[in-house]
Structures are given as C-alpha cells and as structure tokens.
Design a protein around this ligand. Structure first.
Ligand SMILES: Cc1ncc(C[n+]2csc(CCOP(=O)(O)OP(=O)(O)O)c2C)c(N)n1
Ligand code: SF4
Ligand SMILES: [Mg+2]
Length: 348
C-alpha cells in the first residue's frame, strides 16, 4: 500500500494497491512527438486502471521503433524482442507455456504487414489469447522512412516518391482470418484508444488493434496519409466507446436502440454507442464490407469493427491442462522409459 508524508494528500492507488508509477518503464529514446510514445502512455493507464499485476504480463515485440516501446512501459513485466516480423511465433510459444499470463504484443506496420505477414496471418487464425498492437505509421521508421505495406496508394514520401501499390488492411485481414476483437484507433485519440485497450485486456482471445501512429520524422508532411493533420481531417469514428470493468458496479442507463452492449469474458461490459445506425460489430461480413467502403471514400474508419466473445480460444481447443505447462514437474513432462516403450510398442 502506498504511503505519503504526513499532511500530504493520499497517493492514488488501483484495486491491487499499486500506483500508476508501478506501470511505467524506462525513459523513451524515440523522437519527441512520435505517436508510439502516446500509445505507451495509454497502455500504462489501461493496465493501471484494470488493476493488472505487471508481473503477470508478457510483452513480446519484433524489430522497429514500435517494437522498442515495451522498454518504455511496465518495467516489471516480461519482455522479449524477437527477430523482425517473427514475434507471433515467440508469443505463441510463451502463451502455450504459461496460460496464466496476459500477453500484449507490440509490432509495427513493417514488422507485421511487410516482413512479418506470414507469421501474422497464422496468428490471426488461431484465436490465441493475445493483445496484438500494430503501431502503424505507414513507413519503416527505424530504417529511415521507406514505405511499408500499409502505406496508402498515392501517399507521398518526404523525398517526393509516390506509393503506387494498394495498402494491406490488417483489420479486414484479421477479421477474415478469425481474430475475435478487431479495431482501429489513432494515437492522438486518447479517449477512444484508452477504452479500447481496457476492453482488450478483458477479452479472452485474439485482439488485433491497428493504431495509426504518426512518425514525426519521416511521415508527417503534406501528402502523407498517416500524418497528424491527415488523421485529424479524415478520422471517422464508428462509435463512442465506453467500458465498464467487472469490478466496478456502475450501471448507467443506455438505450439498446442506439448502443450495442457486449459482455466480455470476465463480465465487463463494452458499450458501443452507434454513430452509424446500421453498424453491427458482431457481424463479420458487414465489418469487412464497411472497411472496404471506407477505403473507397478515403476515410480512416476507427472504432471496434468486430467482436465475438463466443468462439473458443486456441488453448481451449488444444484442451491442455489448466496448470501452466511451464510449472509442471519433470515427473509429468518426462513420463519415463516404460511409457516411451509402451508408445513404441503401439506404433509397431
Ligand atoms: C530480418 C531483418 N530485415 C530487415 C531489418 C531492418 N529493419 C529494421 S526495423 C525495419 C522496419 C521497421 O518498420 P516498422 O515495423 O513499421 O516499425 P517502425 O520503426 O516504423 O515503428 C527494418 C526493415 C531487420 N532488422 N531484420
Ligand atoms: S523515426 Fe519515426 S517512428 Fe521512429 S521514433 Fe522517430 S518519429 Fe517515431
Ligand atoms: Mg512503421
């Protein structure tokens, strides 16, 4: 429990007795104003407010400015920088080895949609319990600003080079492949990203969040479609998002005609007040259709596009023991010579 010198106001603590300081990481080495720093701040706030024990979190990443950010939040959690684009396989191994941990993976648009697309697609089809965040600036920030595969057609580099290839929409792809909580946000949209991250922590399956996160050094100029200005002018939110955690007994009236309420695995409630009357975030086909329409109109649609709390996750499908595999004693994981001989006998 946090204490203060006599006479000073009590320190704010969360439901497990920790201060927000307990969720911070090292000092950032990214450029001042980089969108990735704002995302780290939102992760710190969401983990603090949800009362997640930092020691229960794994934060794998790939390579890139974005993939460096796990060093800047949750310093008491477990971190691993994988090879460029290969975070999904490392994360899969860690999750299967210890199902009691919460996994928050951080990647970049290059790390995911360019070199890492092969691993990404297989991660998305398993519904493994993971929060997968793409810090999306449309360029390879760390290697000085080349276009990535999420860069929009016609977008311009600082050097004047025009992108002549269509973008990969990682959200549409994740929905099609089987991820069960998919959304897009903007690092500059504090309120929306904060609620989305809290809901992501409550979800027990694959969460894929594409967060547009401007690179102030290489992709924040006129002609870029991932700049702060472009996002301010073109962001089109689908809903007003609010989140009521299971441990808070707040019950505010809402109108089911205008709001979709989704009960999460732990009993928390995600409330999506529709800004578009017809939108149904539990319908896969309409989610993909709406994303395609947004591309045609040149809007950057944000919000929770798809949520499904009914699908079994990968660990449930594998039917593994409740006890984390990493904590099983050797007598269980190495059954001994007689068992091996019996198996060999059966294979004859
Ligand atoms: C196998 C491999 N190929 C290429 C690189 C060089 N490289 C390092 S980071 C990077 C791109 C990072 O872009 P992104 O994931 O979008 O992250 P950002 O820096 O934009 O946040 C590349 C190509 C590498 N480190 N390893
Ligand atoms: S180069 Fe771009 S992505 Fe990298 S830290 Fe700087 S602003 Fe951020
Ligand atoms: Mg990038």
């Amino acid at each position: 429990m946090a204490t203060t010198p006599a006479g000073s106001p009590p320190l704010k603590i969360n439901r497990i007795g920790l201060q927000v300081l307990d969720y911070k990481g090292g000092k950032t080495t990214l450029c001042a104003g980089c969108g990735h720093n704002a995302i780290s701040e939102r992760i710190i706030d969401a983990m603090y407010e949800m009362g997640v024990k930092p020691e229960r979190v794994i934060k794998p990443s790939g390579i890139g400015c974005s993939s460096k950010t796990p060093a800047y939040f949750l310093s008491r959690s477990h971190s691993f920088n994988a090879v460029h684009g290969r975070m999904p396989s490392v994360a899969t191994g860690a999750i299967l080895a210890n199902r009691s941990l919460i996994t928050l993976g951080v990647s970049g648009d290059g790390d995911t949609a360019s070199i890492g697309i092969g691993q990404f697609v297989h991660l998305m089809r398993r519904n493994l319990p993971i929060i997968y965040i793409i810090e999306d600036n449309g360029v390879y920030g760390l290697t000085k600003g080349q276009f990535s595969a999420t860069a929009d057609l016609g977008s311009k580099l600082k050097t004047g080079v025009i992108n002549d290839l269509p973008p990969i929409d990682t959200c549409a792809m994740a929905i099609e492949l089987g991820a069960t909580f998919v959304g897009r946000s903007f690092s500059g949209d504090k309120k929306q990203l904060h609620s989305m991250l809290k809901a992501a922590i409550a979800h027990n399956g694959t969460v894929m969040l594409d967060v547009v996160s401007p690179c102030v050094t290489f992709n924040d100029h006129e002609g870029s479609t991932k700049s702060y200005k472009y996002m301010k002018d073109h962001e089109e939110p689908l809903q007003d998002i609010s989140f009521v955690p299971a441990f808070e007994e707040i019950d505010v009236d809402y109108d089911p005609g205008t709001t979709t309420e989704v009960t999460m695995h732990d009993g928390s409630r995600l409330r999506l007040r529709k800004l578009e009357e017809e939108y149904n975030p539990t319908h896969k086909v309409s989610a993909i259709k709406r994303l395609m329409e947004a591309h045609e109109k040149g809007e950057v649609l944000t919000g929770v596009f798809y949520v499904n709390t009914k699908a079994p996750n990968f660990i449930e499908m594998l039917n593994v023991t409740d006890q984390p595999l990493a904590t099983l004693p050797e007598s269980v994981v190495r059954p001994g010579r007689e068992v091996l001989e019996q198996v060999m006998e059966e294979l004859k």
